[in-house]
Design a protein around this ligand. Structure first.
Ligand SMILES: NC(=O)c1ccc[n+]([C@@H]2O[C@H](COP(=O)([O-])OP(=O)(O)OC[C@H]3O[C@@H](n4cnc5c(N)ncnc54)[C@H](OP(=O)(O)O)[C@@H]3O)[C@@H](O)[C@H]2O)c1
Length: 309
C-alpha cells in the first residue's frame, strides 16, 4: 500500500510517498481502509522533530475516516464494512491506505456527512471538546473567549460553545469575522488591529490555541476563579494562583465515545466540520506547507481513495 512516511526529521521535503506493508490488526484492534485523512499541526510538529522521540521511519498522521476491513481477536466492537473515524496512535499512521486502531479509539462516522468531513474531526474536535467540556465544564449562559477561532480547533470550539448556549467571543483576522459569526460567534475581535484585553473582561473561560503573547495577555480578561485552557502554552507553576484564576493545558486523548457524541451532534445538524482544502494523499507536502502558514481556515484533509471504491 502507499503511505507518506518520514525517515528523518526536517522540512516538508522529508515526507516520502512510498510503498509499505499493510498492517495487521492485533488483539482488540481493527483495520481501517482509509478514505480520507485529516491534517493537524501536530503532524508537522512531529515531522520537524519537535515532539520528542518517535520511532523512524514513521507513517505521518493521526486522523482517519474509512471502512472497517478486518478485525483482530478479542472485543473489538466493530464489524467489517462499518463506516468509522478515529484518532489513531502516533506511529500507526493516518496518511496511508490502511491503518490499525484500537477499538476504543474508533467511532461510527456521522451519517449526514462524508468521509472527507469526518476525517477533519478527530484531533481538532476532541481537543475542542475536551477543553470546553471535560476541562472547563462550560455551561449555558457562561462566556468564553476563543483564540484562533478560525482554525481547526477553534471552528469546533466556537460551534460546541454556541451549541451549549454560551456567549462566544473569538479572535481572528478581519477576513474571518463574517465566517465566524455564521458558525456561531457572538463577537469577533480582529487581533491584528484590536487588543482583545481592551474589549473583553470577566469571561468564565478562555480557550487559547495560539500561545505566546496571546496566552500571556489572556490572564487579565478572566473573572476571578475563571479558567484559562491552552492547547499550546506552558503554564508556570504558581502563576494561576497568583492571578486568582485557574489554568490547564489540554493533552488531547483519543476517545471513541466522545467521537460518537460529536457525531451525534453533527447528525442533529447542530454543528459541522469546516473543511477548506483537500489534497490527494501524494500531495501531503503541499498540505503541510499550507498548515505551516498558521493561517488556514478550518481543516485541511487528504483524499486517500475515492469513496465509491
Ligand atoms: N495540546 C493538544 O492536545 C492539542 C490538540 C490540538 C491542537 N493543538 C495545537 O493547537 C494549535 C492550534 O491548532 P489548530 O489545529 O487549530 O491550528 P490551525 O488550524 O493551523 O490554526 C490556524 C488558525 O489560527 C489563527 N491564528 C493565527 N494567529 C492568530 C492570532 N495571533 N490570534 C488569533 N488567531 C490566530 C488563524 O486565523 P487567521 O488566519 O484569521 O489569522 C487560523 O485560522 C496548534 O499549535 C496545535 O498543535 C494542541
Amino acid at each position: 500500500m502507499k503511505a507518506i512516511r518520514i525517515h528523518e526529521f526536517g522540512g516538508p521535503e522529508v515526507l516520502k510517498y512510498e510503498d509499505v506493508n499493510e498492517p495487521q490488526p492485533g488483539l482488540g484492534e481493527i483495520r481501517i481502509k482509509i478514505i480520507a485523512a485529516g491534517v493537524n499541526p501536530i503532524d508537522w510538529k512531529i515531522r520537524r522533530g519537535l515532539i520528542g522521540e518517535v520511532p523512524l521511519p514513521m507513517i505521518v498522521g493521526l486522523d482517519v475516516a474509512g471502512i472497517v476491513d478486518a478485525v483482530g481477536q478479542g472485543d473489538v466492537l466493530f464489524q467489517p464494512g462499518e463506516e468509522v473515524f478515529a484518532k489513531v496512535s502516533i506511529g500507526q499512521g493516518g496518511y496511508t491506505e490502511y491503518t490499525v486502531a484500537r477499538s476504543k479509539e474508533v467511532a461510527r462516522k456521522p451519517k449526514s456527512i462524508g468521509f472527507i468531513e469526518s476525517a477533519a474531526i478527530p484531533t481538532a474536535g476532541l481537543a475542542a471538546w475536551q477543553s470546553i467540556f471535560d476541562i472547563a465544564g462550560l455551561e449555558k449562559g457562561q462566556s468564553v473567549l476563543i483564540h484562533g477561532a478560525a482554525g481547526g480547533v477553534g471552528t469546533f470550539a466556537v460551534q460546541f460553545a454556541k451549541w451549549k448556549g454560551a456567549y462566544v467571543i473569538g479572535t481572528a483576522s478581519e477576513k474571518n469575522a463574517e465566517f465566524l459569526k455564521s458558525i456561531g460567534a457572538d463577537e469577533v475581535i480582529d487581533y491584528k488591529n484590536q487588543r482583545f484585553e481592551d474589549l473583553v473582561s470577566n469571561v468564565d473561560v478562555v480557550l487559547d490555541t495560539v500561545g505566546g503573547d496571546t496566552f500571556e495577555r489572556s490572564w487579565s480578561v478572566l473573572k476571578p476563579g475563571g479558567l484559562l485552557v491552552t492547547t499550546v502554552a506552558s503554564i508556570l507553576e504558581g502563576e494561576p494562583k497568583k492571578r486568582g484564576v485557574r489554568a490547564k493545558r489540554v493533552m488531547t486523548q483519543s476517545d471513541g465515545k466522545e467521537l460518537a457524541q460529536i457525531a451525534a451532534i453533527i447528525d442533529e445538524q447542530k454543528i459541522k466540520p469546516v473543511v477548506t482544502n483537500v489534497f490527494p494523499l501524494a500531495d501531503a507536502r503541499k498540505a503541510h506547507e499550507m498548515s505551516e502558514t498558521l493561517h488556514t481556515r478550518g481543516k485541511i484533509v487528504l483524499r486517500v481513495r475515492d469513496d465509491s471504491k
